[in-house]
Design a binder for this molecule. Structure first.
Ligand SMILES: Cc1ncc(C[n+]2csc(CCOP(=O)(O)OP(=O)(O)O)c2C)c(N)n1
Ligand SMILES: [Mg+2]
Length: 665
């Protein structure tokens, strides 16, 4: 390159202007989007990406990169501008020009798997910051396993007022402070504005005080002063606690008349305002054109981390070969050799011993085997360890501040935080997380579970006390509509096993399901072993004939989980009356729906009377029993009483199945 071809260096504020114009022009072209946040945080992002973030745009998935999470996902153009400017291969200018258009990666909100720069999908406010805590915890736990030579990175997260107003953020902040995740750095876009106007119309708390109370370090800077931002970031990098930097910014900074107002939050600025911004910021370049003297230093910033990556690769090459193989295996999400043999041995033993157990206890027995065989499984409960039965020998000890070698996680009474944290843990790589609570409280963690499904991540939800059979805790604790709503969630496998053998099969399905989360619905009530050992995983078929009819089948009884044994009782009672009935165990609707038409017809017994029994809400069973079939289940809320009384009162009995069958024959 001749001297004259080297572009004159751009100032840092010109580099920030590049983000501002790409963002406002892309939103203008799309006729929708959120310019306010990218304009307001352009300076903070410029300092972070050009001076602090350890990354390599040409190797965006390098394992020891710093993680950057845009929790304020509506500011997606900030992320896409950074990707284009830094030279990520998957975001060229065409992607910016076609922001929010079908078939392009630059979706309305950043989506995991669409653009490499998006470490997680964000948009539902508060999720990103809770994911960030999971990323930071995964980093600490992985470093404890393989050493800081191989794992030593920071997690940076930009949050807005909205993220901090969401209750989820409190759960996340508490966990990060409690575990003292000092490599987590949160940058708050403190612009005093949200959609309804001044934040003060709805909120008057002391955000800094809130973080301090949770055990964080905090700092306050002018979010347009590059040196002040840099000083705060440098201090945060060596902090002994997680750090929150309040960056005072002007929303829409650079828009001459609209900056500082909610009007720039989520609407195109309009051609006049954009033209005036070009004059004000001395940016004479056409839309989507970044002059060479600005683009070059950005591209340079994009490969700033190359040397660090190469140094890491050299250390990685010298790593102990066994440790290296394990690190690589867990990062790639491959399960270790031998785990399925351990699972099969367990099932054979159960088939011989035929214990009577609640499936929550079966689950603990399964976890005992699986956590011993699969070291990357980590997990715990939202303060219901002794009810969910999630503690195992291999998971002990629990993770504590400064002690990240353990595998058990006391999530505290923070179901939503638990689920969002698990998304961060799994997205970071290296772990298979599970989290437990009562099935009813799945609705406290729903938004994050939905994100596990949307992102296609292997997260395991262990949900116990899964029907009115939990008894005396009463209707507040008895799930009714919960399972139907879980089943309505795309890409979530809902598994309701009936005994220890099905429970192990359900865990095998969940662990082999690498493209989405699974929810296990487990009983508190004690159940007999009804299954025999099978070389094939029958739960993986979704439903199967557990007990065939003796003679020509007249009735088909469909049941899941704890009601399978009631179905078997009903089958005998019908037999005594000369009616041949088959019992179908149906632990997973989603998997059954994927089977061939012939298989489904055979299992469902086309032409027979069909009766479903499940001690939960009846919603949705019509699709399997037809409108003429019967559904024995709950149509309203439960009540507080011993389980037997409740089953009798609500008519969820073998007799009810018999009566419904006879009435239809
Ligand atoms: C859970 C959730 N609720 C509501 C919204 C809709 N929403 C998007 S941005 C926003 C306001 C956010 O305010 P702030 O974080 O201060 O962003 P700023 O206006 O400063 O860019 C709202 C309510 C959302 N995305 N997620
Ligand atoms: Mg705001």
């Amino acid at each position: 390159m001749t001297a004259s071809a080297i572009p004159a260096a751009a100032s840092a504020s010109e580099m920030a202007s590049a983000i501002r114009f790409l963002s406002m022009d892309a939103v203008e072209k799309a006729k929708s989007g959120h310019p306010g946040m990218p304009l307001g945080m352009a300076d903070v992002a410029t300092v972070l990406f050009t001076r602090f973030l350890k990354f390599d745009a040409k190797q965006p998935r390098w394992p020891d990169r710093d993680r950057f999470i845009l929790s304020a996902g509506h500011g997606s153009m900030l992320l896409y501008s950074l990707a284009y400017l830094c030279g990520y291969d998957d975001v060229d200018i065409d992607q910016i020009i076609n922001f929010r258009q079908f078939g392009y990666r630059t979706a309305g909100h950043p989506e995991y798997g669409h653009v490499a720069i998006a470490e997680t999908t964000t948009g539902p406010l508060g999720q990103g910051v809770a994911n960030a805590v999971g990323f930071a915890l995964a980093e600490a736990m992985q470093a404890a396993r393989v050493g800081k030579d191989i794992v030593d990175h920071h997690t940076y997260c930009i949050v807005g007022d909205g993220c901090l107003m969401e209750g989820l953020s409190q759960e996340a902040i508490s966990m990060a402070g409690h575990w003292r995740l000092n490599k987590l750095i949160v940058l708050w876009d403190d612009n005093g504005i949200s959609i309804d106007g001044a934040v003060g119309v709805a909120s008057s708390e002391d955000q800094i005080g809130r973080f301090v109370a949770a055990g964080w370090n905090t700092a306050k800077v002018d979010g347009h002063d590059h040196e002040a931002i840099a000083a705060a970031l440098a201090a945060a990098q060596t902090s002994d606690k997680p750090t929150m930097i309040a960056c005072r910014t002007v929303i829409g900074c650079g828009a001459p008349t609209k900056a500082g107002s909610e009007k720039v939050h989520g609407a195109p600025l309009g051609p006049d305002e954009i033209a005036a911004a070009r004059t004000k910021l001395n940016w004479p370049y056409p839309a989507f054109e970044i002059p060479a003297h600005v683009l070059a230093p950005w591209r340079q910033a994009g490969i700033r981390g190359t040397a660090a990556r190469q140094a890491w690769e050299a250390r990685f090459a010298k790593m102990d070969s066994k440790l290296k193989a394990e690190f690589t295996r867990t990062l790639e999400g491959r399960l270790p050799e031998g785990w399925q043999k351990a699972a099969a041995d367990f099932k054979r033993k159960i088939a011989a011993e035929r214990p009577r157990l609640a499936t929550r206890k079966s689950s603990q027995d399964c976890l005992e085997v699986l956590t011993a065989a699969i070291p990357e499984i980590i997990g715990g409960s939202a303060d219901l360890t002794h009810s969910n039965l999630t503690d195992t020998k291999a998971l002990s000890p629990a993770v504590k501040a400064g002690e990240y070698g353990g595998r058990y996680l006391h999530y505290g009474i923070r179901e939503h935080g638990m689920a969002a944290l698990m998304n961060g843990l799994v997205l970071h790589g290296g772990f298979i997380p599970f989290g437990a609570t009562f099935l009813i409280f799945a609705n406290y963690l729903w938004p994050a579970m939905r994100m596990s499904a949307l992102m296609g991540q292997r997260v395991l939800y262990v949900l116990t006390h899964d029907s009115i059979a939990l008894g005396e805790d009463g209707p507040t604790h008895q799930p009714i509509e919960t399972l139907a709503a879980l089943r309505a969630t795309p890409n979530l496998l809902v598994l309701r096993p009936c005994d220890s053998i099905e429970t192990m099969e359900a865990y095998e399905v969940a662990l082999l399901n690498t493209s989405g989360p699974s929810a296990l619905s487990l009983s508190r009530n004690v159940l007999p072993t009804v299954r025999d050992f099978s070389d094939d995983n029958l739960v993986a078929k979704g439903a199967y004939v557990l007990s065939p009819a003796k003679g020509a089948r007249k009735v088909t009884i469909l049941a899941t989980g704890s009601e399978v044994s009631l179905a078997l009782d009903a089958q005998k009672m019908l037999e005594d009356k000369g009616v041949a009935a088959a019992v179908v165990s149906m632990p997973c609707w989603e998997l059954f729906d994927r089977q061939s038409k012939e298989y489904r017809a055979e299992v469902l017994g086309e032409g027979t009377v069909r009766v479903a029994i499940e001690a939960l809400g009846t919603f949705g069973w019509e699709r399997y029993v037809g409108l003429e079939g019967a559904i024995v289940g709950m149509t309203g809320f439960g009540a507080s009483a011993p389980p037997d009384k409740l089953f009798e009162h609500f008519g969820i009995t073998a007799q009810a199945v018999v009566d419904a069958s006879l009435a239809r024959l």
